[in-house]
Design a protein around this ligand. Structure first.
Ligand code: NDP
Length: 238
């Protein structure tokens, strides 16, 4: 069975991805910042390997994951969303967003990919991006910038890691009603606009995103590399 690394499992998309991977027989290293979430997840899915770390902290991440051992599949899912109008974007919020949403992707992917290359095994990495990598939404300067950069980072990783048989792709969901998604839908007018602009006239379910992640991790997507799956109900088609 494959051994997978999936940060973080505490809520939403990360948590359900860990559960789905475990259910499919994978050994899963589950990474999160909040210990209680890892404890409850370990009870729900015995046998996962929990790692508690703030992925925005480079040194702490190195200590926690530097000797993680062989990994075949990686899902880079951790993110923060700090809303600020463009003219009020602060250094602190921007730096934090970059460090968690983007820098950690580079750091953890380097660790995992180096291990794959050293072992001479193929691998698959999925970066959880968003439709806001391509479509502007008010007050998401820092968050959207990291997702736009993540889409390009994914292509560069695909280019450089492809010769080692490591595939790298994104999933780009629309709003999903997790803790993070509800921060967006709390703005009633914005939620109404986003839903009405979506041809399927609904938001995505966590399961919709998890299914696309599983597809990209699996050999069923063996020729897909440097690409992305829109899980957006057609939002970006219009
Ligand atoms: P949640 O807020 O439910 O989950 C985010 C997770 O990231 C939490 O488990 C959180 O852990 C973890 N996390 C945040 N910062 C850190 C950190 N520094 N170190 C370790 N873990 C951290 O959001 P979603 O499940 O919705 O989001 C998952 C992914 O999906 C994200 O990449 C997000 O950008 C993307 N996405 C989400 C959409 C949505 O509408 N929900 C739409 C499009 C994309 P903790 O609770 O401990 O902070």
């Amino acid at each position: 069975f494959k051994r997978s690394l999936c940060p973080p499992p505490s809520t939403g998309i990360g948590r359900d991805t860990v559960k789905a991977l475990r259910d499919s027989g994978a050994q899963v290293v589950a990474v999160s910042r909040t210990k209680e979430d890892l404890v409850s997840l370990s009870k729900e899915r015995p046998g996962i390997e929990p790692v508690c770390v703030d992925l925005g902290d480079w040194e702490a991440t190195e200590r926690a994951l530097g000797n993680i051992g062989p990994i075949d599949l990686l899902v880079n899912n951790a993110a923060v969303l700090l809303e600020q109008p463009f003219l009020e974007v602060s250094k602190e919020a921007f730096d934090r967003t970059i460090n968690v949403n983007l820098r950690s992707v580079i750091q953890v992917s380097q660790m995992v990919a180096k291990g794959m290359i050293a072992r001479g095994v193929p691998g698959s990495i999925v970066n959880v991006s968003s439709i806001v990598s391509r479509a502007a939404i008010f007050c998401l300067t820092s968050y959207s910038s990291t997702k736009g950069a993540m889409d390009m980072l994914t292509k560069i990783m695909a280019l450089e890691l492809g010769p080692h048989k490591i595939r790298v792709n994104t999933v780009n969901p629309t709003v999903v009603l997790t803790h993070m998604g509800r921060r967006v839908t709390n703005h009633t007018e914005l939620a109404k606009y986003l839903k009405e602009r979506t041809p399927l006239n609904k938001f995505a379910e966590v399961e919709d995103v998890v299914n696309s992640i599983l597809f990209l991790l699996s050999d069923k997507s063996a020729m897909t590399n440097g690409s992305g799956i829109l899980v957006d109900g057609g939002y970006l088609a219009c």
